[in-house]
Design a protein around this ligand. Structure first.
Ligand code: CLR
Length: 396
């Protein structure tokens, strides 16, 4: 099987693993995967996939025409799919099991732009719930007034020989200058290649982007489709809410290239080549400058043990983190309080979703995500102030 470079010895543990997933409970974190399929990357890092092309992320802000702006948002969304769902596969040869973040875990970074044309783009990712696992994030480009925020958890099931993963959550893309919001639903997915020991992701069904300006994008995923016979295939359309007229159609593969055509004339309008499009590396502070809650700092020992293939240390260091967490939860319980999220706040109602009503297609399931989460700008400003203050520096 293509891409399967798993050593024979390691693979001997795959059979028993396959048997164990047939009966698992839907919580991906509880899967005990064989060592060769363990990733050193925590799920809090996955939030970064939303903006690895900062120039495409901010492009809608420069578009004066609302229809073209909605198209630019759709194009940006489509450009993120390759990073979100196939980059690990490309880098590591297969999908791997990410580290399960602890409550309060942070992943912070910046896509820097020395040219100043794009401006810096900040990534804030925080684990807002551990059980069930839920990651919230905000991605902010001040120069262009672009902000993405959202949160998500996963619910998995084992069906027809494969793992199907439903994403619970949504994303919201905001343009300050136009005071516009785009609500994005997250596609469900399934994992292929499991029997061969080289799992990879294929997307299912469809997802949508609903704008406060009345534009609606629908993206249909067909996998190794009956249309092209190629994997990672999709068709997307952009139209005005309530109208049957299709303004643009986009066809192609999210891992390869796609063509944007005008609705009526079918004239080619734009083209995107995901393979040729370079990503911008995310700048992350050196370990010694990181907060103790920052992902790579907190998991450093586990990560190096995994890299060294040292199973004993991997499990010992994981246990240390788990025990610390258990102690914290116990103390909170005794004191009748809960862990204070650094950047996010639980709300009863999301104003952006409320404004769009039922149109967005988002079904909130607060009981599955430990609440409805929004980025808390006041908390963020407090963190920024503290970082600036010389007093904080002297006592830190
Ligand atoms: C997390 C949120 C991101 C998009 C995304 C991409 C791939 C998904 C991941 C999410 C969640 C975890 C995931 C992963 C693919 C495989 C992995 C479902 C939704 C599971 C846990 C790996 C299982 C591995 C076994 C086969 C061993 O924005």
């Amino acid at each position: 099987e293509e891409g399967s470079d798993v050593p024979q010895a390691a693979k001997s543990s795959w059979g028993p693993f396959l048997k164990s997933i047939a009966s698992f409970n839907g919580d991906l974190a509880s899967l005990t995967a064989p060592p060769f399929i363990l990733s050193v990357t925590s799920l809090t890092e996955y939030s970064g996939y939303w903006a690895e092309h900062p120039e495409i992320f901010v492009a809608p802000a420069q578009e004066k025409d609302p229809q073209k702006r909605a198209l630019a948002v759709l194009k940006w969304f489509l450009s993120t799919l390759k990073q979100q769902y196939s980059s690990r596969n490309e880098k590591l040869g297969s999908e791997k099991k990410p580290l399960n973040p602890f409550l309060g875990e942070l992943f912070l970074g910046t896509w820097k732009d020395p040219s100043g044309v794009i401006g810096d783009t900040q990534l804030i990712s925080e684990q807002v719930s551990h059980h069930p696992p839920v990651t919230a994030y905000a991605i902010i480009n001040d120069k262009h007034g672009v902000k993405l925020e959202g949160y998500n958890g996963q619910k998995a099931s084992f069906t027809r020989g494969t793992i199907t993963v439903k994403q619970i959550g949504h994303a919201k893309y905001h343009l300050k200058e136009f005071n516009e919001d785009y609500v994005i639903t997250l596609p469900s997915l399934h994992i292929e290649g499991i029997v061969y020991g080289s799992p990879y992701v294929e997307l299912n069904k469809s997802s949508t982007i609903t704008s406060s300006t009345g534009y609606v994008a629908k993206i249909e995923y067909s996998g190794k489709g009956w249309v092209t016979g190629k994997k990672n295939t999709f068709t997307a359309t952009l139209s005005k809410e309530g109208s049957k007229d299709i303004l643009y159609t986009i066809d192609g593969q999210w891992t390869d290239s796609f063509i944007i055509k005008e609705g009526k004339s079918k004239k080619e309008f734009d083209l995107y080549n995901a393979k040729a499009s370079k990503t911008t590396p995310l700048y992350i502070a050196p370990l010694e400058k990181q907060d103790s809650l920052e992902s790579r700092n907190a998991w450093a020992k586990v990560q190096s043990a995994i890299v060294n293939g040292d199973l004993e240390t991997t499990s010992a260091e994981k246990t240390k983190i788990e025990n610390e967490q258990r102690e914290l939860r116990k103390k909170e319980k005794e004191e009748g309080r809960e862990w204070e999220r650094r950047y996010f706040t639980r709300v009863q109602e999301d104003p952006v979703l409320k404004a769009l009503g039922d149109k967005s297609g988002v079904v909130l399931e607060p009981e599955k995500t430990d609440g409805i989460w929004v980025f808390d700008n006041a908390k963020y400003q407090k963190v920024l102030e503290k970082a600036k203050s010389p007093v904080a520096e002297a006592t830190d």
